[in-house]
Design a protein around this ligand. Structure first.
Ligand SMILES: [Ca+2]
Length: 305
């Protein structure tokens, strides 16, 4: 019986030995898998770790090599035309001049002058004036102007001067249909300005010469109802611009500008106190767009390392 059992055991042993897949087969297989994974990880991680310790040869390299530094330490001079965008009574057309110096590729200082070559009546002015009486009629409101009176005090711009600090955060190159390639930059600017204005009829009483209470037959407020704002007013000058380069030394320069100054474009009693004078000036925004052809000096741009 015992011998039988022994034989049985031997048979069992032999049989398990002969069939290793039945000897808790999953355990050995998992171990092999883990080992393979470890080897793989080591083979991947060791060179990675070594690479991480070694400094990349490009670590201190510029993002772009051999780049044309189109702005840095160059003078920019140019001229062109411009127009106001939001004037109520006159669109002013300008001849512009501009000069600047680019301290770095992203910072420059510049000055510009826009000189009016024409003040064209707006549609709004034409509609407004044609709605008025050509001459005073019986029973007309005291503060209602005739056509001539309304036009007399309307402001024309004579010139705008400004200085500006320009920041150029965006530069690059664009392509048109994959054929034409051109460098460009976008910038924002801010600085002081000066706007010189005059009323349409320069013979009318200047606003700063009219007393607070005005003059009427009864001695109280009641006119005059229009006056002329004349001369140069200090202004804020801010806006955005772009350059699109034709080559190393010439570019199209477009600027959108807001000139902020104390003005009275209508020359009328804006605050409704019965008299038009210096108290009727308000903070006015004069938006203008200019397009200049600009040239850079020296005519060759430096090239980055
Ligand atoms: Ca007033």
């Amino acid at each position: 019986m015992t011998q039988n059992a022994d034989l049985n055991l031997q048979a069992t042993r032999r049989s398990t030995k002969d069939m290793p897949m039945k000897m808790k087969p999953t355990c050995g297989h998992r171990g092999q898998k883990r080992f393979a994974l470890l080897v793989a990880l080591t083979m991947t991680a060791v060179p990675l770790a070594a690479q991480a310790q070694r400094k990349s040869p490009l670590a201190d390299a510029p993002a772009i090599r051999k780049r044309y530094e189109l702005r840095a330490t160059r003078l920019e001079i140019g001229a062109g035309f411009g127009t106001t965008l939001n004037q109520d009574f006159y669109h002013t057309l300008f001849f512009n001049v501009k000069a600047g110096f680019h301290i770095t590729d992203w910072l420059s200082i510049a000055g510009f002058g826009g000189f009016a070559v024409a003040n064209m009546a707006t549609t709004f002015q034409n509609d407004l004036v044609s709605s008025l009486n050509p001459a005073t009629i019986a029973g007309q409101q005291l503060n209602e102007p005739t056509r001539t009176e309304a036009q007399a005090s309307m402001q024309k711009i004579k010139y705008i001067l400004g200085a500006q600090l320009e920041f150029t955060p965006f530069t690059g190159k664009y392509s048109l249909a994959g054929k034409l390639f051109a460098n460009y930059d976008f910038y924002a600017f801010v600085g002081p300005g000066l706007i010189n204005v005059a009323p349409t009829d320069t013979s009318i009483t200047p606003c700063d010469q009219i007393m607070k209470n005005g003059t009427t037959a009864s001695g109280g407020p009641g006119g005059p109802f229009f006056c002329g704002v004349t001369g140069s007013k200090i202004a804020g000058n801010l806006g955005v611009g772009l350059h699109s380069y034709f080559n190393e030394w010439a570019a199209l320069n477009i600027e959108l500008r807001d000139i902020i100054a104390q003005l009275n474009p209508s020359g009328r009693d804006n605050n409704g106190d019965g008299v038009a004078n210096q108290d009727d000036i308000t903070l006015s925004h004069t938006f203008m767009v200019t397009a200049n052809l600009v040239f850079y000096l020296p005519s060759t741009a430096s090239i980055s390392p």
